[in-house]
Each structure stands twice: as structure tokens, then as C-alpha cells.
Design a protein. Structure first.
Length: 111
């Protein structure tokens, strides 16, 4: 597990704050410049993505997919492919899912 040191978190937050301020300034400028605003929006999105670890990003993505997908009651193979990186079948016959954020879900976790 990778641990983020407090000074790294502070640096990441300051980069995010600076990017947010630049974006806010661009969209609220008296002389609105669409290309500058677009550039600042993309920069802000990139900064937000860089601040998140890949596991946190995948967790948020999985949560979004699960929250916005209508439950059909059956096996949704498209949904399964979107959130699962590996389906593990153990010699004992137990089946586990390894989600794209690294979490492993076993049958015992579901009961």
C-alpha cells in the first residue's frame, strides 16, 4: 500500500486550489475568453485526476456506475465488465471478483 505523506497531500491540495482559482478567474473575467476558460477547465480536471490515486479514481468510477445503473435483477454482463478486472475461480470452487480498484469480493463477503 502506498502512503501519502502529509506534505505531499498539502502540495497536491495547493495545486488543486491554485488550478481552481485560475479556472474561476477565467470564467468570471470581465472580458471572457472562451479558449482560456477551456484551457483552465481542462487543467483543473487534470489536476483533480492527478490528486486522486488510481484506486480512489476507480472506486469513485465504480460507485458512479453502480449508482446510475438500473437494477434488472439478473446478471448484467456489461456492468460486470465495467467494474471487474478479474473473475477468480479457486480450486475449491469458490468464486471471487477482483474489482478494477483492487478490491476482491468473495462469496463470504456477500452473505
Amino acid at each position: 500500500m502506498v502512503r501519502v505523506l502529509p506534505h505531499q497531500e498539502n502540495h497536491a491540495q495547493s495545486l488543486l486550489d491554485q488550478s481552481q482559482k485560475e479556472f474561476d478567474s477565467a470564467i468570471h473575467a470581465e472580458a471572457f475568453d472562451e479558449s482560456t476558460a477551456k484551457e483552465k477547465a481542462v487543467s483543473l480536471a487534470a489536476t483533480r485526476l492527478n490528486v486522486l490515486s488510481s484506486e480512489n479514481y476507480e472506486t469513485q468510477r465504480i460507485q458512479y456506475i453502480l449508482n446510475t445503473t438500473e437494477q434488472s435483477g439478473g446478471l448484467d454482463t456489461v456492468l460486470l465488465r465495467q467494474i471487474t478486472s478479474v473473475i477468480l475461480i479457486h480450486p475449491s470452487g469458490e468464486v471471487s471478483l477482483k474489482l478494477k480498484n483492487g478490491q476482491i469480493i468473495k462469496r463470504s463477503d456477500l452473505t
